[in-house]
Design a protein around this ligand. Structure first.
Ligand code: BGC
Ligand code: CA
Length: 433
């Protein structure tokens, strides 16, 4: 805190010192380092220190990967820092409920080997990622297989549990039409490849091969923390064996697969998230209230309604709200890369001059981020008069990405998607130099 006050007063002093330079009142300078000479793509030169530039974290919320505790230092890095993601708990509950309702509606045919046990397997994305943890908990809570530890459902993988003796889960039960069935998590595993990449679709495809070879007829349902892994299992095994598979993200291929037996998915409103990611930067660059074009209509008429997002001030975080996508409504979700209609109006180029944004995707092989999120960002950026440079990481090391943030002075704002939620300082350290 003390450091921040010092930085702010230095900023004020330097801004005053620069008052003669063409009336540029943008905050400039930071403790010890001269302000970078920043040529925005609009042609005008501004003197803004990198650590005073707008910064948005997205998709991976700065937080402790073991406890989930938010990293408030990273979230309040400067006055224009925010996080954009989605409501992980609301979405997780929705995913669990969607699976449970499917089981209830298909109870006559779901128990493939007729042993009275509804068996499911679960693909876990990243045991240290809060979205992944929430989804594992949501599925277990809805299917009554959760075991509470310190008041929250255990989210640890069980490995194999065909005999029902694992301690991280319990056998659940469900009553339908007066009959009680057991629900068992037969197996679950973190889908991490040997190089360390998590949420790994290929690993999930291999896992379903192994699981189905040893206890295939016991598997009645497949749950996955995301569609990338879900579709890999669907294509490798469950489509041919007609086992309903449920994912998350509403990627276009998964939505299309609902017509071929994919059980369902959750839209985390990537269109709203992508817009918010760029919008908070735009607002900071324009020096206007952060709610502009979000909860309050902007001059072009862009505005979001409260049923698609929420803002939690003390977390400096915007969260998009989720929607279940099933056989009933999937036709409304086939184009996952479209700009969300209520925020699709072009900003005036005179009032909102072009600015440059550096943005990274932590893993260029992540299905959701590259097939859904990035395309919507690309469709939004021109509307907001932003020029975004996209950097794709290898999903394993922060260095692979930070190495390509060699010239932060060339950009007006930053949008960051970390490999590990604990690693915010790898980025803020560079901006502080
Ligand atoms: C998505 C996953 C993705 C992960 C990457 C999650 O929000 O649902 O599909 O792999 O983010 O961080
Ligand atoms: Ca069974």
């Amino acid at each position: 805190m003390k450091k921040k006050i010092l930085a702010l007063s230095l900023t004020a002093a330097m801004a005053m010192g620069l008052a003669g330079c063409g009336g540029d009142t943008a905050p400039a300078g930071n403790s010890g380092t001269p302000a970078a000479n920043n040529t925005g793509s609009g042609g005008e030169t501004s003197q803004v220190a990198n650590n005073q530039k707008p910064l948005v974290w997205f998709n991976r919320q700065p937080s402790n990967s073991s406890t989930g505790e938010l990293d408030m230092n990273a979230l309040t890095f400067n006055k224009d820092t925010y996080y954009v993601g989605f409501d992980a708990n609301q979405g997780a509950e929705l995913q669990g409920t969607m699976i449970k309702e499917y089981i209830e509606a298909n109870i006559d045919t779901i128990d493939r080997n007729g042993d009275g046990i509804i068996g499911y397997v679960l693909a876990i994305g990243d045991i240290g990622h809060n979205d992944s943890i929430a989804r594992t908990r949501g599925v277990r809570a809805a299917l009554d297989t959760a075991v509470e530890v310190d008041g929250v459902a255990d989210s640890a993988p069980v490995g194999t549990n065909t005999d029902g003796t694992a301690t991280a889960v319990k056998d659940g039960s469900i009553e339908v039409n007066g009959k009680t069935y057991i629900i068992r998590e037969l197996a679950s595993q973190e889908m991490k490849n040997s190089a360390g990449a998590t949420w790994d679709a290929a690993t999930a495809g291999n896992a379903i091969g192994t699981w189905s070879a040893s206890f295939g007829d016991q598997i009645d349902v497949i749950a996955s923390n995301n569609d990338g892994m879900g579709m890999s299992m669907f294509n490798a095994w469950s489509k041919a064996n007609e086992v309903p598979t449920f994912g998350y993200d509403a990627n276009a291929d998964a939505v299309a697969a609902i017509a071929e037996g994919y059980g369902g998915t959750i839209s985390q409103h990537a269109d709203v998230q992508a817009y918010l990611t760029l919008r908070v930067l735009r607002n900071a660059l324009d020096g206007v209230d952060v709610d502009t074009g979000i909860g309050t209509a902007d001059d072009a008429g862009n505005v979001l309604s409260s049923d698609v997002y929420k803002y939690v001030e003390e977390e400096r975080s915007y969260y998009a709200l989720n929607v279940a996508v099933t056989a009933e409504n999937y036709k409304d979700f086939t184009d996952s890369t479209k700009v969300y209609e209520p925020v699709s109006n072009q900003l005036d180029a005179g009032e909102h001059p072009t600015k440059k944004v550096w943005l990274n995707i932590y893993n260029a092989a992540d299905n959701f981020l590259t097939a859904t999120y990035q395309p919507v960002l690309q469709n939004c950026e021109a509307l907001l008069n932003l020029e975004v440079e996209y950097i794709g990481g290898d999903g394993q090391t922060e260095g692979n990405i930070t190495n390509r943030l060699g010239n932060p002075g060339e950009y007006d704002a930053f949008a960051i998607n970390m490999v590990k939620t604990d690693n915010a300082a790898s980025y803020t350290g560079i901006l502080n130099q």
